[in-house]
Design a protein around this ligand. Sequence first.
Ligand code: WT7
Length: 676
Amino acid sequence: MSEKEVVEVSEAEIAVHWQEEGHRHPSARFIGQANMTDPGIYDRFSLEHFPECFKEYADLLTWYQYWHTTLDTSDAPCWKWFVGGKINACYNCVDRHLPAYKNKAAFIYVPEPEDEPHIALTYQELYVRVNEVATLLRDFAGLKTGDRVTLHMPMVPELPITMLACARLGVIHSEVYGGFSGRACGERIWDSGSRLLITIDGYYRSGNLLDHKEKADEAVAVAKKEGQTVDKVLVWRRHPGKYASATPMVQGRDYFMDEVLKGYAGKKVDPVSVPAEDPLFIMYTSGTTGRPKGCQHSTGGYLSYVAGTSKYIQDIHPKDVYWCLADIGWITGHSYIVYGPLALAATSVLYEGVPTYPDAGRPWRIAERLDVNIFHTAPTSIRMLRKAGPDEPKKYNYHFKHMTTVGEPIEPEVWKWYYQVVGKGEAVIVDTWWQTENGGFLCTTMPALHSMKPGSAGLGVPGIHPVIYDEEGNEIAKGAGKAGNICIQNPWPGAFQTIWGDRERYVAQYYAKYCKDQNSKDWRDWPYFAGDAAVQAADGYYRILGRVDDVINVAGHRLGTKEIESACLLVTEVAEAAVVPVVDELRGRVPEVYVALRPGYKADKKIEADVVKSIETAIGKIARPKHVYIVPDMPKTRSGKIMRRVLASLSNKGDVGDVTTLANPEVVEEIRKMVH
Ligand code: WT7
C-alpha cells in the first residue's frame, strides 16, 4: 500500500453506505410564502453569468460606495470580490434596520437556567450597546481598523455585541469557541497577533456555572511564551457586578467590562467605511498539521454571501423567529446566528446552554414559548435529542416551517425522525454542506424548489458549481454514483481570502491538488479542493461521505488528528501516538487514541488518564477520546510509518485487509484482542 493511500482512506472508507432513499416534497404552504420560488435563479447563477450574478446577493446590502470590479483574479487564488466597494458590516446588521425595525427583537437570549428570564434585545437596544462597546474598544483599548482582537466567549448576548462593535470599527475579530482550552486560545491569540483578549468570568453548562476566566490567564501566558503580549484582558460578567470566577483579576491588565462601560453610557461612534475586501474576522479550524488555520473572511463578499443564502436557503423573513442551535464560536454561528440573519433584520434566538438541559424537552419548550418557526442544528444534537426524548416534541405546540441540518452526514433514520417528529411532517429540511473556509452553504436543496432526499445534501447552491474528481484529476461522470473528491469549479464571494499569515499553506491545501497552471490568473484553472469525498446520484444530488484527510469530524466540527497526537506526546511515558476516528452513536465520529510507551514503562490507568488530560488541556473537552489503548507496538510499514488505517479498522470493528506486508503483522492480532 502506498503512502498516499494510507492517508486518504480514513473517513470515507468507514463512511456508512446508505441505500438510495425516496424524495419528500415541500408543502404548498411553505412554497406559498418562500423567498425564492423561481427556478430561473439557477440560470441567472450559471457559469455563463459568473461572476456578475453575485450582484444579486450584494444588492441585499447597503453600500457606501458601489464596486467597480466584481471579481479581481490578479492575485489568484486569493480572490477579491466587489473591489472598489465600500461598506460596513455593523451598519448593515444594525443601523440600517432602525427606521423599520428598531422596536423588533434582534436577539432573544435564553439563559440555560430555566428560571432566569429571557432577554429580548431590540435593534434599538443592540444599536446602543454596540455603540458603547465600540467606543470603549476605540478609546479605552486603543483599537483601530485592521487590528485583531481575540474573543473567547460562550453563548451570551455580549458575544455578538462585541463582534458587531469590532465590525463597526473595522477591527478584525477572532472568536475562539468557549469550550476550547486556555492553551488553544493562547495559540490563536499568538497566531492572529492580538493584543487584546475579551472574555467572560463564567457561564452555564449543564446546570453548572463554569469558571471561564481561569482560561484567560493560561491563554495570555501561552501567547506570551510564543512572543505575543496581551496588554489588556476585558472581562464581561455573566451577572454584572457579581464576579463568578475564583481566578483573581490581574491589576493593570484585567478590567470588568460592566465597570469600564459606565464611562461610555450612550456614546456613539460612526461605522467605519471599509473596502469590501478588508477582513471582517478570522475563524480558526483544524488541518492536517498541528497548527490551526486562521480562515480570513472578507467584509463585503462574506456579508453578501451570508445575506443571500440566509434569505433564499434559510428562508428568513423579518417576521420569522429563527433559532440556530449552533455555537457562535464556530462558523455556523458567525454566518447563521449573527451576520446572515441580522443582515436581513431577523429575530435570532441565542441559547446559552446544553440542548438536553434540564431534560430533552427543553428545545421544544423554547420553540413553543418563542414561537420559533425556523430551526437549525447538527446531526449530533438531533441524535442526542432523539435518544434522550424520542417523543418529547409531540408534547409541545410549536410549528416549524423550515429546519436545517449541518456539519456531518445525517443517517436517513435520524433524518426521518427529524422530519416526522421534530418537524411534525410540516417543515422542509435543508441538509447544508459547507466548511469554515467557505463562509456559507455550498450544497443543499433550495427549500421551495426541490424535493428532499434523506442523507443527501442536494445540488450546488446557486452560483456554486461542484465537480467530483478522481485522484488523477479526471472528472467522475455526473450522476455516476462513484466516490471521488468534491471540488468547486469557481470562486464565490463567501470564500475565505487566505489562511491568516500563511498564503503558501492556503494554496497548497486547497488549490494545488487540481490546479491546472500555478501561474494562471484565470479562475477556471483553480478548482477549490474541499477535502471531502462525495458521490453524485443519478438525480444530481450530492451525498457527502466524509473527510479524505487526517481530520476527524467530531459532532460536526473538525479536529486535526495531528493536534491530538501532539497532545498525547506531551505525556512523559508516551513514545508514539496515533489517533483515528471511530464511529459514535451520538457524535458521529470521535477520536480514539493508540499510544506506545517508551522502554522501561509499563501500561497503567494513570498513563491513560494523563493522555486524556493532556488532550483536554491542549484542545478542550470536545477532543476527549473514546478510549486510550496502550499497545505493545504500533502496526508499521517496513519504512516505519504508523498504519493508521489498520488501527481505524480495528477501532471500527472492520476488516483490516492484508497486513502481511507490515513490518510487524503479529501486533495487529494483539491489538485486536485488546480492542474487541
Ligand atoms: C466539514 C466542515 C460549516 C458547517 C459546520 C462544520 C462536514 C459539513 C456537512 C453535511 C455531510 C458535512 C464535511 C466538511 N460537513 N456539513 N451537510 N453533510 N458532511 O464546519 O468544522 O469547517 O467542518 O464538515 O466533512 O468538510 P467545519
